[in-house]
Design a protein around this ligand. Structure first.
Ligand SMILES: [Zn+2]
Length: 262
């Protein structure tokens, strides 16, 4: 009731203002282009460097069905295809070349701490009520970098679902936290590579099916043991520090995912 009252008040207020002021009222605050990272050249196939790597982190969620974008700093066909999907998803001219309009959209989506607009480090680092990125099998810095890529993939998933909010119920877990919750001994959660996701506006199967296109090589959901109340997504194929092979592993039988019917 209170929300509706506020909405009505906001609409009445906006209607009373001239056009420019309405835009100021309804527009989200813009992220600063230089708060996190600034690209200084147009990037296209054949380019390489840290600026390509930074781009790859941010388009990793647009890898396409059952695929991933390697974070290797080399702008190959898969990076170009991901950039193209990103451009399509945000209504930009889709040419697979990362130039000013692509960077402008990334700046708009990016917060000053490099996280995407709808996810934050604090959502992913609070395993078992703690915070920070230490206590896992790899360095805290590397864990945090993995978590950043996880968030950009989640941002892509959120966009794919039609801008429907997603909630992260479990992100990074230290070893002690992982033991406490009974996680798998070499869980991707230990590496900052995984998120357990729920939604109030999309069904879990909608989330799971969409996630197949967003660079998640690990995916478990309804019908898989202990995954009827969330969807687990992870980036196991990019993980060279764990003890498992870098292959895709999906199972959400109730959503028709896994065992050959992906
Ligand atoms: Zn999980």
């Amino acid at each position: 009731m209170r929300v509706n009252t506020w909405k009505r008040a906001a609409v009445a207020f906006a209607l009373a203002l001239p056009g420019a002021a309405i835009a100021a009222v309804v527009a989200a605050p813009a992220a600063h282009a230089d708060g996190c990272y600034t690209w200084n050249r147009t990037l296209a196939q054949g380019r390489s460097g840290d600026d390509v790597r930074q781009l790859q982190i941010r388009v990793a969620g647009w890898a396409g069905y059952r695929d991933i974008v390697e974070n290797d700093g080399r702008y190959g066909p898969k990076t170009a295809a991901a950039v193209k999907r990103f451009q399509q998803a945000y209504g930009l001219r889709a040419d697979g070349i990362a130039g000013p309009q692509t960077f402008a959209k990334l700046y708009q989506l990016q917060d000053n701490d490099c996280t995407p607009a709808h996810f934050s480090y604090s959502e992913l680092d609070n395993g078992c009520g703690g915070s920070g990125w230490s206590g896992g099998p790899i360095s805290a810095n590397q864990t945090k970098q993995n978590a950043l890529r996880t968030m950009w993939k989640l941002e892509a998933l959120r966009r794919s679902l039609g801008d429907k909010p997603l909630r992260v119920s479990s992100g990074y877990r230290s070893r002690s936290c992982n033991n406490q919750v009974g996680g798998a001994s070499d869980s991707q959660h230990l590496y900052g590579n995984a998120a357990d996701v729920t939604s109030r506006t999309s069904s879990l199967c909608q989330v799971a099916r969409a996630a197949r296109n967003n660079g998640f090589s690990g995916l478990y959901g309804p019908g898989y043991p202990d995954h009827d109340d969330h969807v687990h997504v992870d980036s196991r194929r990019e993980n060279n520090s764990d003890r498992s092979s870098n292959t895709t592993s999906w199972s959400a039988p109730d959503c028709g995912i896994g065992a050959g019917n992906d």
